[in-house]
Design a protein around this ligand. Structure first.
Ligand SMILES: Cc1cc2nc3c(=O)[nH]c(=O)nc-3n(C[C@H](O)[C@H](O)[C@H](O)COP(=O)(O)OP(=O)(O)OC[C@H]3O[C@@H](n4cnc5c(N)ncnc54)[C@H](O)[C@@H]3O)c2cc1C
Length: 337
């Protein structure tokens, strides 16, 4: 296990904001995790599991131990169409490996940054598919009891960009590995507008073509965190009741919306665009000039500047539309706004 005290976290978060952790432990297997957790306990340090830092915003330093999950391994069971992946594997590389093995379903989730272990934490989703659909179970280390547990899909309590693993706890649960069941017969999900457009409405699409298209679309649309610090969509898309959506339709000719259980899901980016946030600058932080839902570190922004900008956007959306935007990004070191 590699331990660094007073560690610089800048290269461990995709916003690339400056922050420090009292201790950073690089974890290669469950034994190392056990040792790190008991060391933290003996020093009364809070714990923070960290994958590749592409969905966190550090607002100030972390006074405890960041557990950098770097355990490796991908095992296939071809007969059962199953794959078991260690938390420290890169998610996109897993998608690529499954495709190469002829196991399908997660091509729509290609190129989502981050680790496999973080994928169930917020039930990652893109282009009409969510992880939950292929999830079987995961193994997590419960820091409170010091034991390794298996969690079923029901225990994970998946919802839109949410799961029971997100509960903020002094002694968190650390995902160590996960099992997915994929499909041998590909059934590409193509209803998402960008994909329907890409394939011109055709359904004769191979998994490789779908994977390539998703990568192409993402590369053309989203800023690369290696070049411009960001964490993808900062806010979740809000779900409005039918009555609230109808009210919106009286103000705007055709607001975009997708029917979901309990109402209509509205793109947060559209709402923020109506408020004129695209390209808005706040100190070193800014709203991306092509995506009003993506906050960027334009010029050495601090975590505080990015958080203040997010709060400003929430306040404006609430005042203009009566809609409370909820962050998708996990805020570390301040209240989740
Ligand atoms: C350019 C860009 C585009 C993105 N697009 C999408 C998208 O299309 N869809 C989508 O869903 N997300 C998207 N995201 C968000 C991000 O990719 C996902 O949330 C991803 O799963 C984060 O993985 P990570 O390893 O970087 O997690 P981290 O940022 O390191 O951690 C995220 C949260 O999970 C917790 N965590 C991390 N690892 C573990 C573990 N092993 N056990 C328990 N808890 C853990 C952390 O404590 C934290 O609360 C995007 C991000 C970027 C930068």
């Amino acid at each position: 296990m590699k331990l660094v005290f007073d560690a610089d976290l800048r290269r461990y978060n995709s916003f690339a904001v400056a922050a420090r952790a009292a201790c950073l432990a690089e974890i290669g297997d469950v034994r190392e995790l056990e040792r790190a957790v008991s060391l933290a306990e003996s020093r009364n340090m809070p714990l923070l599991p960290l994958g590749e830092g592409s969905n966190v915003l550090f607002v100030g330093d972390f006074p405890g131990m960041a557990l950098l999950m770097r355990n490796r391994g991908i095992e296939f069971d071809q007969d059962r169409c199953e794959v078991r992946v260690a938390a420290g594997e890169n998610w996109h590389e897993l998608v690529r490996a499954c495709l190469a093995k002829g196991l399908h379903g997660i091509e729509n989730l290609a190129l989502i940054p981050g680790s496999a272990g973080a994928a169930p934490v917020q039930n990652i989703g893109a282009y009409g598919v969510e992880l939950e659909r292929f999830f079987l179970e995961l193994e997590c280390f419960d820091c409170a009891s010091g034991t390794l547990r298996t969690w079923s899909r029901a225990q994970c309590g998946f919802a839109y960009r949410a799961s029971a693993l997100q509960q903020v706890r002094q002694q968190p649960r650390i995902v160590c590995s996960m099992r997915l069941r994929l499909e041998r017969e590909a059934a590409p999900v193509l209803h998402y507008p960008a994909l329907a457009e890409e394939f011109d409405g055709s359904t004769e699409v191979t998994p490789q073509q779908l994977f390539d298209a998703v990568c192409r679309i993402r590369r053309s649309k989203l800023p690369d965190p290696a070049l411009l610090g960001n964490a993808g969509s900062f806010f979740k898309n809000p779900v409005l009741s039918l009555a609230a959506f109808d009210e919106l339709r009286q103000r705007f000719a055709s607001p975009p919306g997708f029917p979901v259980e309990g109402g209509v899901k509205l793109p947060a980016g559209w709402l923020l665009d109506q408020c004129g946030f695209r390209g808005h600058v706040h100190g070193g932080a800014a709203v991306h000039d092509r995506h009003a839902v993506v906050l960027v570190n334009k010029n050495r922004a601090s975590g505080r500047e990015l958080l203040d900008l997010a709060r400003k956007m929430q306040a404006r959306t609430l005042a203009e539309f009566g809609i409370a935007l909820e962050p998708e990004v996990r805020i570390i070191g301040a209240e989740q706004p």
